[in-house]
Design a binder for this molecule. Structure first.
Ligand code: CP3
Length: 360
C-alpha cells in the first residue's frame, strides 16, 4: 500500500476497466486497444523519430509520452505501457533486435543446451531500470485521473518462438521440433522464460502497474495436447507467481479457439479472445470464471462505419455487459484511421452496460 493510498481513497477504485476485470458491474463496458500506442498515430511517428525502437523503450520520458498519446486522443479506459515483449531478453543480453516493420530478430538463435547460459535471471531494477522509471512517470500522471496502467510481458512460448526461430515465423518449425525433439531442454528454456516474465511483471506491478497482460500471441499454432503438456505448466508458473499481488491478470493469444478452455485455467483472471470465436461461445467454452476481453476483428476498422458499428454492437451483446472488456481481437492494424478508433470508443461508451443481454 502506498502512503497516499493509506490516507486518501484510491483514485483507481472506480475504474471501469479494473471492475470489469474482476467481474463487477459497470455503467459502461470499458474499452482499450491492443497496440493502441504507435502504429496508426501520426503524433507517434512525429515523436518517435528514427533509430531503433529499443532505444525509444529505454527513454522514459519518450516512452511515457507514447503511452499517453492514445489515452488523450481516444479516451480509452486503460493505458498500455510502451515497451515490447522482447525487452527483458534483450536486457539480459541475449542478442535481440527489433526490425522496423518486421519485429524481433535474433542473430544467433537458441538451438542447444549451451544457449541456456545466455538466459541469466533478470534483475529488473538494474536491467530494466528505464522501464520501471517509465511506469513510475505514467502512474504519477494517470492514477489521479483514475486511469489504470497495464503492464505486460511475453509468455514463455511466444518469446521462445522468437529466440528459437531467430525472427517472426509462419510455421514455428524449429520451435516445434525442439519442443517435441528435446522435451528436457524445452522445459528448461520455458522455465527460464517464465522466470523472466514473472520477474518483469512483478517489478512493473511494484512500480505501480494496476493490471498486467501476458501476450502468448502465437500459441494458437499448437494442438491442445502439446499446449497442455509443453506450455501450460510454464504459463501457469507466471500467473501463480503473481497471485499474491492481487492485480488483474489478462491472458491473450491469437487463433486460440481450441485452447480457450485450457488457457482460462492458467491462473489468470481475464481471458483475451480473438475474433474467430464469438464471446458468448467463448463463455460456454471457459465457464463463468474469467472476465473476457475482446474481440472485434481489427480488419473491420477499415470497413464502412455502419458495418463496424453493427459488429461492435454484436460484440457488446455477446459480451453480455458484465465481466467484459471491449477490445480488438488482436492489435490495431497500422493502416487504421485513428479517428475511427476514437469513434469506436464513443460508441462503446454510449451503450449502457445493463441494456446488454446477459449470456446464458
Ligand atoms: O500499444 C502498444 O503498441 C504498446 C506497446 C507494444 C509494443 N509491442 C511496441 C512495439 C506492445 C503491447 C507490444 C507487444 C508485442 N510485441 C507483441 C504482442 C502483441 C501482438 O501484437 O500480438 C508481439 C508479438 C511483439 C513482437 C513485435 N514487436 C513485433 C511482431 C513487432 C513488429 C511489427 C509491429 O509493428 O508490431 C514489434 C515491434 C514493435 N513493438 C513496434 C512497436 C511500437 C514497432 C517498431 C517501430 O516503430 O519501429
Amino acid at each position: 500500500m502506498s502512503e497516499a493510498g493509506a490516507l486518501s481513497p484510491d483514485p483507481l477504485a472506480g475504474s471501469a476497466f479494473l471492475r470489469a476485470c474482476r467481474g463487477l458491474p459497470t455503467e459502461r463496458v470499458p474499452v482499450w486497444f491492443m497496440r493502441q500506442a504507435g502504429r496508426s498515430l501520426p503524433e507517434y511517428r512525429a515523436a518517435r523519430g528514427e533509430g531503433s525502437i529499443l532505444s525509444a523503450f529505454a527513454d522514459p520520458e519518450l516512452a511515457a509520452e507514447l503511452t499517453l498519446q492514445p489515452v488523450r486522443r481516444h479516451e480509452v479506459d486503460a493505458a498500455i505501457l510502451f515497451s515490447d515483449i522482447v525487452v527483458p531478453v534483450a536486457a539480459i543480453g541475449f542478442g535481440v533486435d527489433v526490425e522496423q516493420g518486421r519485429g524481433p530478430v535474433v542473430a544467433d538463435p537458441f538451438r542447444s543446451e549451451a544457449d541456456l547460459a545466455r538466459l541469466r535471471p533478470l534483475e529488473p531494477e538494474v536491467d530494466t531500470a528505464h522501464v520501471l522509471e517509465t511506469v513510475r512517470i505514467l502512474v504519477r500522471e494517470l492514477s489521479p485521473r483514475g486511469i489504470p496502467l497495464i503492464g505486460f510481458a511475453g509468455a514463455p512460448f511466444t518469446v521462445a518462438s522468437y529466440l528459437v526461430e531467430g525472427g517472426p515465423s509462419k510455421t514455428y518449425v524449429h520451435t516445434k521440433a525442439l519442443m517435441r525433439g528435446d522435451p528436457g531442454l524445452w522445459a528448461r528454456l520455458l522455465d527460464r522464460l517464465a522466470d523472466l516474465a514473472l520477474a518483469s511483471l512483478r517489478s512493473q506491478i511494484a512500480a505501480g502497474a494496476a493490471a498486467v497482460q501476458l501476450f502468448d500471441s502465437w500459441v494458437g499454432a499448437l494442438a491442445p495436447a502439446d499446449y497442455h503438456r509443453s506450455v501450460l505448466p510454464f504459463t501457469r508458473k507466471v500467473f501463480e507467481g503473481l497471485a499474491d499481488l492481487g492485480v488483474p491478470t489478462i491472458h491473450f493469444g491469437v487463433d486460440t479457439g481450441e485452447l480457450l478452455g485450457l488457457m482460462a485455467g492458467a491462473g489468470n483472471t481475464v481471458l483475451g479472445v480473438d475474433w474467430r470465436v464469438p464471446l458468448d461461445e467463448a463463455r460456454r467454452r471457459v465457464g463463468p470464471g474469467p472476465a473476457l476481453q475482446g474481440n472485434l476483428d481489427p480488419a473491420l476498422c477499415l470497413a464502412p462505419w455502419p458495418v463496424l458499428a453493427d459488429q461492435t454492437r454484436q460484440v457488446l451483446g455477446q459480451g453480455g455487459g458484465i465481466g467484459h472488456i471491449f477490445n480488438l481481437g488482436h492489435g490495431v492494424l497500422p493502416e487504421t484511421d485513428p479517428d475511427v478508433l476514437t469513434r469506436l470508443v464513443e460508441l462503446v461508451h454510449s451503450v449502457p452496460a445493463d441494456s446488454l443481454a446477459p449470456t446464458s
